[in-house]
Design a protein around this ligand. Structure first.
Ligand code: SAM
Length: 321
């Protein structure tokens, strides 16, 4: 079988199985098997596949047709121009989440301008937290953009943290990111710390008596970013099978409605941000109405909403008073 025939066969099988973006998926799987780029693929349509490559490709096509995401089959996804390892233990980074990076960098630049410094900073002296880091895509991308900043990246899933650490090593930023198993910012098994004297709107999640307090529990941050789980369990049946059956439910579902985690997230962020510290949150497609009022207290100012490319309010940002 030559390349053209293999691709035609793969595309036909994926189309038949109602796989979204079936042509792209077949191409990506063939490129993955051959270890080539797209230019090579279309320059060599007559090249004959080895039996081993043809077998591997058709096996991957069958798995994709049965619902496994392409990224789980190739083990990677691009985000902000960087390649991230993904496994079934982490959310596959989504393009919408690149708006978290844009808004975070924009807000930091404005802060620099206000301090009469050039807007493009290397992040020297900045302490940044990424809550619910998953693959690590937010913390690692910001670490590449801000090569002098230091980070804490938390997740409730130790399996996700293992993937995030490998991604940090791959992108040579592991020495600046402290990965921590935590419930939002409360280290698992630690007393919850409340270092900020400001007003707190809600009570923090109950803390265990054990005191395995890691250093970040008492740290204050210049920026806290998070893409928390925000899908409602009641919406589970409307999700694509690739998502519902293959991505971790701890990364998808925020509760019955979806927005349940934001109250504690905002409370803990208020406790852990420096004065003028920045909060950047990704929102679910219908979360804004439930989440924005949580910032309606004397603790927050400069509240802003950014739409994604589909005009959905996707990012909510605010500044700690
Ligand atoms: C929507 S995913 C986002 C992953 C990654 N930041 C991204 O943008 O692709 C949410 C992540 O939060 C983690 N998570 C869920 N509940 C959490 C909690 N209470 N505390 C910390 N992390 C949590 C999940 O394990 C998952 O990795």
């Amino acid at each position: 079988m030559d390349i053209r025939a293999a691709l035609k066969n793969g595309i036909a099988q994926l189309r038949e199985a109602n796989v979204p973006s079936f042509t792209l998926a077949a191409e990506l799987l063939l490129l993955y098997v051959l270890g080539r780029n797209r230019t090579w693929l279309y320059a060599h349509p007559e090249e004959i596949l080895s039996d081993a490559d043809a077998y591997r490709f058709l096996d991957l096509i069958a798995r994709r047709a049965a619902g496994e995401p392409t990224q789980h089959l190739t083990g990677k996804q691009e985000f902000w121009g960087l390649e991230f390892e993904v496994t079934p233990d982490v959310l596959i980074p989504r393009p919408e989440t690149e708006h978290v990076i844009e808004v975070a960098l924009d807000r930091l630049a404005v802060r620099e301008l206000r301090a009469n410094r050039p807007p493009k900073s290397d992040g020297a002296g900045l302490q940044i937290a990424d809550i619910g880091t998953g693959s690590g895509c937010i913390a690692i991308t910001l670490a590449k953009e801000l090569p002098q900043a230091n980070f804490v990246a938390t997740d409730i899933s130790p399996a996700a943290l293992a993937v995030a650490k490998r991604n940090a090593t791959r992108h040579a930023v592991a020495d600046r990111i402290e990965f921590s198993e935590a419930n939002l910012l409360s280290p698992v098994g630690a007393q919850h710390a409340a270092p900020h004297p400001g007003k707190i709107q809600n009570s923090a999640p109950p803390a265990s008596r054990e005191s395995r307090l890691t250093s970040h529990a008492s740290r204050l941050f210049d920026l806290i970013a998070s893409n928390p789980p925000y899908i409602g369990r009641r919406e589970a049946n409307s999700l694509a099978r690739e998502v519902r059956d293959h991505e971790p439910h701890a990364a998808l579902f925020g509760g019955e409605e979806g927005y349940e985690l934001y109250a504690d997230l905002i409370t803990q962020s208020a406790q852990h941000l420096k004065p003028s510290g920045i909060l950047v949150l990704e929102l679910g497609h219908n979360s804004l109405e439930a989440v924005q009022p949580l910032l309606d207290t004397s603790a927050w100012t400069n509240i802003g909403v950014t739409n994604d490319l589909a005009a959905i309010p996707r990012i909510l940002a605010a500044e700690r008073v």
